[in-house]
Design a protein. Structure first.
Length: 575
């Protein structure tokens, strides 16, 4: 059970903003000070109004106008300084959360919903910033007024003040009770809206499949269900607030009516003058707004606490793959790869690889063949160090990859995936993805190697043509050739091809295959093969089954053996 609010964890992010916060606090104190002058000025004006002294009324009205002017200046100052501090805090926190997400392994993203992560980085953090802004100036200002004004009221008439606050403990208890209920409901509401966001991200990302399977009605039903759950969760929170305000408002009204009754009795007993009572009522009137704002801010405080919890829940996730503090930079490699007695499982006791060993010489082309779940992709994931094996080693040029920095490791590898991912940006930016500076000559050279230069120069702005989200305005073959250009830009010694010519027409496949053969020269290459026609020229074909190599050889050798590879090949040839 949580014993301490996660709001305390925001303090390290607020501390760097101490200069702006200090200025804001000075303005808050100035605002409260000038607010305290208003009941006194109201009493003075009421006295001279009763006497019909117009000159004195005008004089005191002029002073009151000045008080309102300076009070407004301090109010502006507290708002602008505190909002700047809260926005800077949110920016720092947002940057840290985003960096932290990039440190987490693939396993976390495979378990998480993209829409949920997006919502936490945007809506949840914005909500935290808003409540910190309100707490820092609105709430603090109101609390100071709720302390200072009652002290002034006690000075004016302590019996009346004590009597008027007889219901205060009950009001405070009710506000706290409602706040706790709101926290529970807000957590539920935040989870529901996060689920809704995740659903939308999933559907819009796979809109082609939705339309291809005519599943619009199915997705509308799913959306309607999530939207209804979100509506119910929000309605319960609003329902609770709708109950709270009338209840607290009724108690306020009872207190004021009791105040009039007691004040009227004191006037009848000559214990209080009408002018002093007016001044006292002005102080009471100034209390009403802070009370309402405290209630409102406290409700928002409890609601936003759910967002704060969600943010720090994310930051508390520990990466399962950590770069060693003394990790070295991987020197330029020849491309020798060794899997030495590797055992790996995604889930405990469900081994994908067990005591697996493999030696790949520099410049060798290795094709990995086998049914789904045989371990092909796992071997690549371990080589890229997306995961670490439970036991054994993965070595490059004799160096355990766990002892080198991830950046230096992955910069010496290139990957051409089956499903090409392009990002919003220009053609050049996509080829040089991840590079701080664009080298036009290197980008063009990589595009020529990938057979992409010819179609790029025919585009409206050439290499500066905007690709669009996921590259939807390019053909499959064009996207695949851009992926090849991206993979070879840094001249990697190890190249990974994940069925890079699947789902392409014959013309596009020929262009891509030609590019791949050019790219594969003088590199260590791993080919994950689903279509066996793409691996005929491999130096060695490994047939995997349940994480073990059951056959190894060249294409002709494996066909002559008549084993599992020959069966796969024959089956595909007949289909």
């Amino acid at each position: 059970m949580k014993t301490r609010s996660n709001y305390w964890h925001l303090l390290p992010y607020l501390w760097p903003q101490w200069v702006g916060i200090t200025k804001g606090l000075i303005c808050i104190f100035g605002f409260v000070l000038f607010t305290l002058l208003l009941p006194f000025l109201t009493g003075k004006i009421s006295v001279y109004l009763g006497e019909g002294n117009v000159e004195q009324v005008a004089y005191w009205l002029g002073l009151t106008t000045g008080v309102f002017f300076f009070r407004g200046l301090f109010q502006y100052g507290q708002n602008i300084f505190m909002i700047a501090a809260s926005l800077n805090m949110v920016l720092a926190l947002r940057k840290q959360v985003y960096v932290h997400l990039h440190r987490l392994g693939l396993d976390y993203f495979e378990r998480s919903k993209t829409g949920d992560l997006t919502y936490r980085l945007t809506e949840d953090l914005d909500r935290v910033g808003e409540i910190v802004d309100k707490l820092s100036h609105q709430f603090l200002s109101c609390v100071l007024q709720l302390i200072a004004i009652p002290i002034y009221m006690l000075y004016l008439n302590w019996p009346l003040t004590l009597a008027s606050f007889i219901l205060a403990p009950l009001m405070a208890w009710l506000i706290g009770r409602f706040g706790q209920e709101l926290l529970v409901l807000s957590r539920r509401s935040q989870n529901q809206i996060s689920n809704l966001s995740a659903l939308l991200t999933e559907v819009f990302g796979g809109i082609r499949i939705v339309k291809a399977f005519a599943a619009q009605n199915y997705e509308v039903k799913r959306f309607n269900h999530e939207a209804e759950q979100n509506r119910k969760a929000k309605y319960r929170a609003y329902q609770l607030k709708a109950i709270q305000y009338p209840v607290v408002g009724f108690l306020e009204a009872v207190s004021i009516m009791f105040l009039f009754l007691l004040g009227g009795w004191q006037i009848s007993q000559n214990q209080l003058t009408p002018q002093a009572f007016i001044s006292y009522l002005a102080a009471v009137a100034l209390l009403l707004q802070p009370i309402d704002l405290v209630i409102s801010n406290y409700n928002e405080f409890k609601q936003a606490e759910a967002s704060v919890d969600r943010i720090f829940e994310l930051l508390n996730v520990q990466p399962n793959l950590i770069e060693k503090p003394d990790a070295i930079t991987l020197p330029p490699i020849t491309g020798k790869v060794e899997y030495r007695d590797v055992t790996f499982a995604y889930q405990e006791d469900k081994f994908v690889l067990k005591d697996f060993s493999l030696l790949v010489e520099p410049g060798e082309v290795i094709a990995l063949v086998g049914a789904s779940g045989a371990g092909k992709t796992t071997l690549i994931n371990l080589l890229l160090r997306f995961y670490d094996p439970q036991s054994g080693q993965v070595l490059i040029d004799g160096i355990d990859i766990r002892n080198v920095t991830l950046t230096s490791l992955r910069h010496q590898m290139g990957i051409v995936p089956q499903d090409t991912t392009l990002f919003s940006g220009t053609i050049a930016e996509n080829i040089a993805y991840g590079q701080d500076e664009l080298d036009s000559k290197a980008i063009e050279q990589a595009a020529k190697i990938a057979n992409a230069h010819s179609f790029i120069v025919q585009l409206p702005q050439g290499y500066h043509t905007w690709v669009g989200e996921r590259g939807v305005n390019l053909s499959g073959g064009q996207r695949q050739r851009l992926a090849i250009a991206r993979a070879v830009l840094l001249n990697p010694r190890i190249l990974i091809l994940d069925e890079a010519t699947s789902a392409l027409d014959s013309k596009s496949e020929a262009l891509v295959q030609e590019a791949l053969e050019r790219v594969m020269q003088n590199r260590t290459v791993f080919i994950i093969a689903h279509r066996l026609s793409t691996v005929r020229k491999a130096d060695r074909i490994l047939v995997l089954e349940q994480g073990q190599v059951i056959e190894s050889g060249t294409h002709p050798e494996l066909l002559n053996r008549g084993g599992r590879y020959a069966q796969f090949y024959l089956k595909q040839s007949q289909s």
